[in-house]
Write a protein that binds this ligand. Structure first.
Ligand SMILES: [Zn+2]
Length: 510
């Protein structure tokens, strides 16, 4: 790769020489070096300029990028016996070379720093008889850093640091080994480019310099950007902290399409979060609850992936309808981990743990035909009173809040068995119809079994039954996975595939 491209020089029009020359007649010699630029006003300077005729000294600097040196060479002026090369330091000129030589190699300490030189020629009487214009020299620096930010998975925003003296930046996209395609140019330090989900890109930023009407190309800087997904199905233990991290990354990536609200705390103080997909103020809501049972944390990663899948396609049609439209009418509230303490116990110590940290099975703790059952343990204990647990309380409060706003339905994710539960024994015809639709959608999309072979006992303290019979909210339960809980990571991909359209399709019919 070419490390440094071209460079900058400028040659040109004549300006005043060393200023003492204008103040004294040529016969009355005063060394030019004795007087400084500061002693002459601008008016005197321009007046002097038009009066005196000098030879123009042309100079072409040549650069050695790796050594950071520049060789300044100039043409001889007839009758000149000595030359002076000076550089500008602040407002003053400092001499760098005086003598007969017609060249000088100077070193440049820093890339991106502009240095200004001039050359003067003197005759035998030390009178200035020739001069160059200011010679500007820059070793163009590449842009120091490029930042990439995903914009809704469909675009990427490139921000780059300035390359000193660059007037424009050209952006290229890599198309193959060593090949780049020009995309666009801009005089700002940012550019938005379209990208496809799941793909990787390499971009190149090339600063362009325009000095004294000459265009130079600066050194290039490349960066790669992976437009890959946030939620990974690779990890068996999809933990509370991983979930939180992913939630925040999704929020950052799809800022306008999701809202994260804390709706409570677990008994051990972990946050209970409601991730709202779509219009926060939509009249209708679908609530999706996962991992109310600790060892069933496969449901958390399934729903996180589902959420990301919808976000990735937010501005497209999926399953026949534009998602932005679907979720404007009906938003989806995901409670990804309803029992984070229990999940942590299951992942860290006791894999078979179902309850919360106080040994209460949350799905027996709701105020529906509540009865004290079992003992404090990993599974089966109802708690002393209904809604005794902070996790239960948070779900009740959220349910009530959504119900107060408009129509709402609930999908409960559990594991395992590949079964959908959607039976309703009440008298409400609307409920019956809604339940039937939800149940059919879930069964058709997943191909899971029906629940007919299961008994129709009373689900005491059960959330789904609380929803249906106390709150009149339609609700189904989907049990994912074939293997015993905790479900093996080998199934995660298939479970996501089976379920990826379920929430979307149900949101459409609420
Ligand atoms: Zn369960």
């Amino acid at each position: 790769m070419r490390k440094f491209a071209l460079v900058v020089l400028s040659v040109a029009i004549i300006v005043a020489c060393s200023l003492g020359d204008f103040l004294v007649p040529h016969s009355d010699v005063v060394s030019a070096a004795e007087l400084s630029a500061a002693e002459l006003s601008a008016a005197e300077l321009s007046a002097a300029e038009s009066d005196v005729d000098y030879d123009i000294i042309y100079s072409i600097p040549s650069y050695n990028y790796s050594k950071k040196t520049v060789k300044i060479k100039w043409e001889a002026v007839p009758e000149a016996v000595s030359y002076r090369l000076s550089y500008k330091k602040g407002d003053k000129w400092e001499s760098l070379l005086e003598g007969k030589k017609l060249q000088k190699t100077v070193s440049i300490s820093k890339y991106g720093k502009m240095l200004i030189y001039k050359i003067e020629a003197f005759d035998k009487d030390k009178v200035c008889i020739g001069k160059s214009d200011e010679i500007k020299i820059v070793l163009p620096a590449k842009v120091a850093k490029i930042y990439t930010t995903s914009v809704y998975d469909t675009d990427v925003l490139l921000n780059y640091e300035a390359s000193p003296y660059a007037t424009e930046y050209k952006i290229y996209i890599k198309t193959g080994k060593g090949k780049f395609k020009y995309y666009d140019r801009t005089n700002t330090r940012k550019m938005t480019l379209p990208v496809e989900p799941g793909k990787s890109y390499t971009f190149k930023v090339v600063p362009i310099y325009e000095i004294d009407e000459k265009v130079f190309v600066g050194a290039e800087k490349t960066t790669t950007f992976n437009n890959t997904s946030v939620v990974s199905l690779k990890h068996q233990k999809y933990s509370f902290s991983r979930m939180k991290k992913d939630m925040n990354r999704l929020k950052k990536k799809y800022n306008n399409y999701i809202t994260i609200e804390k709706v409570g705390k677990s008994e051990e103080g972990r946050g209970l979060y409601d991730v709202i997909l779509g219009d926060k103020n939509a009249k209708k809501s679908l609530l999706v609850v996962s991992a109310i049972h600790a060892r069933e944390y496969v449901t958390t990663v399934t729903c996180m992936k589902q959420l990301e899948y919808y976000l990735e396609h937010y501005n497209e049609k999926l399953d026949g309808k534009r998602l932005s439209k679907v979720f404007k009418e009906c938003n989806v509230h995901f409670v990804m981990m309803a029992n984070p303490d229990g999940v942590t116990i299951s992942q860290d110590k006791k894999p078979g743990w179902k309850a919360n940290s106080r040994g209460v099975d949350l799905n027996k703790n709701f105020p529906y035909r509540f009865k004290v059952e079992g003992k404090k343990s990993g599974a089966g204990y109802s708690g002393k009173k209904s809604a005794s647990e902070s996790e239960t309380q948070a779900l009740i409060a959220l349910t009530q809040k959504l119900k107060d706003k408009g129509p709402v339905a609930v999908v409960n994710y559990h594991a395992m068995g590949q079964i959908v539960f959607g039976d309703y024994k009440g008298q409400n015809t609307d409920m019956k119809n809604k339940m039937k639709s939800m149940y059919d959608i879930a069964r058709y999309a997943t191909g899971y079994f029906d629940a007919k072979s299961y008994g129709d006992g009373i689900g005491r303290g059960n959330y789904r039954e609380y929803l249906m019979y106390v709150q009149n909210i339609p609700s189904i339960t989907i049990e994912v996975g074939k293997t015993a809980c905790p479900v093996s990571q080998k199934e995660y991909k298939q479970i996501f595939q089976d379920n990826k359209l379920v929430v979307l399709r149900i949101a459409k019919i609420i």
